[in-house]
Design a protein around this ligand. Sequence first.
Ligand code: NAP
Length: 298
Amino acid sequence: MTAELILGKEVSQEIYGELEARIAALKEKGVTPGLGVVLVGEDPASQTYVRMKGKKCEELGMRSETVILPESTTQSELLAKVDELNNNPGIHGFLIQLPLPDHIDEQAVINAIDPSKDVDCFHPSNVGRMLIGDPDFMPATPAGVQQMLIRSGIETEGKHVVVVGRSNIVGKPMAAMMMQKAKGADSTVTVVHSRTKDIASYTREADILIVAIGKAGFITEDMVKKGAVVMDVGTNHIPDSSKKSGTRLVGDVDFEKVKEKASAITPVPGGVGPMTICMLMVNTVHAAEMADKKRCNQ
Ligand code: NAP
């Protein structure tokens, strides 16, 4: 058996198609959804992500504002920028590109973002609302994984979902989302991490295995149940002398072997990757819709 491939490009195109209509409706009311992105320092990967976000806004006819600050930016300078964006009516949502330089308290900066503009869904108030099943925003990467499951017609209700990894960005919100009483959820969830003993004994029990640890090829064929759905969030650059860059991108799953055992799987690249920006755009449009509704009710 070779697994069905779940491709983020296809799923995201479907979602972008739906977003275009929502953006057009806002524009008819004179509202252009605006996304702000703040980058501190010169991390090359972060620069690429920031460029991609701006380009996607442009493609969708949305406004984007990129703020690039030097590595030496102080915490109070960054907080002042957050305050400015909180009060900018043309920016409906914004995010601070992580990671931040070590001298800045990341959580303090996240806490300063107006929750109604927190399109990364990192603010504790939005995390809490997501946890209780009353979200304004959904965290982009886990929401992308969930949309891939829903739109590929994969049943999640009553299924055993095993999440490998417990970061605040992927693992924890992913687990919280899949246990909700909701469409694309209603699952029984197990979370495993670096302190779990005998990880394979859990992953082998998964109907849906979601992996986000950042270790190339960590999930091998013997760790996967036959017919499982495998969602690989990991992105790892490994040496490859045949490539001009000298590296190639792989996931946390041994794709070639596992695809022969799984019923459906996301490749890396081309799987979960394109979904993160897509769900960020969904959150930004939602933020603009919320701001417009609030304005109309005033
Ligand atoms: P992270 O913050 O480094 O967290 C990694 C998690 O994996 C931690 O919970 C850690 O456990 C766990 N872990 C590490 N080694 C492990 C091991 N040997 N066995 C079991 N668990 C282990 O990473 P992240 O931000 O969640 O990202 C995870 C991966 O997803 C990375 O490759 C990242 O690049 C990728 N990612 C991709 C996208 C996308 O758009 N496709 C978005 C976000 C992240 P402890 O908590 O015990 O340390």
